[in-house]
Design a protein around this ligand. Structure first.
Ligand SMILES: [Zn+2]
Ligand SMILES: [Zn+2]
Length: 180
């Protein structure tokens, strides 16, 4: 993903809207390796810009994806995740308990579609997703997990919500504040 300044240029050059809110979203995504959902980008930006709307966040994320600045990933964690690391092809480790997604840099030499199985399909790339339990969930996971259902009807563990909060807190500490 380009820098916030380059993204501002790119948005202008392609006739897209540039606002302080959008620039705040650009900054929230810089070197963000947590693979945030739109909701968690929203929570992170809202900590500094109370007036931001979830709709603005969705719109901006989709425009960034259109421009190839973000990859959208559906890893079965219940929400689409956004990955600003579009420069280096990589794979992912997904925690099936808290939904944490980590980059995995590895090459799988033998990874190929068996001859004949793809038929007319021309393979361009492949990504590997490993599912399991992250270190935190492995150590804390023996305690009974309290399942509850979110208003959207999807089950979310309290662990996942806690992870999202911790993640935002950690990421916010690292990034530059948005000018108000
Ligand atoms: Zn986990
Ligand atoms: Zn990634």
């Amino acid at each position: 993903m380009h820098t916030p300044e380059e993204l501002t240029e790119l948005f202008r050059a392609t006739g897209r809207k540039v606002t302080a809110q959008r620039q705040c979203i650009f900054r929230a995504l810089q070197r963000n390796d947590t693979h945030p959902s739109a909701e968690s980008v929203y929570e992170s930006v809202r900590a500094e810009l109370q007036t931001i709307s979830l709709k603005t966040v969705y719109q901006t994320l989709h425009e960034l994806a259109e421009l190839g600045e973000l990859h959208t990933l559906d890893l079965g964690t219940g929400a689409v995740r956004f990955d600003p690391n579009v420069e280096e092809p990589h794979h992912h480790l997904v925690c099936r308990s808290c939904g944490k997604v980590r980059d995995l840099h590895a090459t799988y030499e033998g990874l190929e579609v068996p001859p004949g199985a793809a038929q007319d399909f021309e393979v361009a790339s492949a990504e590997v997703v490993f599912r399991g339990l992250c270190g935190e969930c492995r150590t804390g996971g023996r305690r009974r997990r309290d399942q509850r259902t979110s208003p959207t009807g999807r089950a979310r563990t309290t662990q996942e919500s806690k992870y999202r909060q911790d993640n935002n807190r950690q990421h916010n500490k690292r990034r530059e504040p948005c000018p108000s």
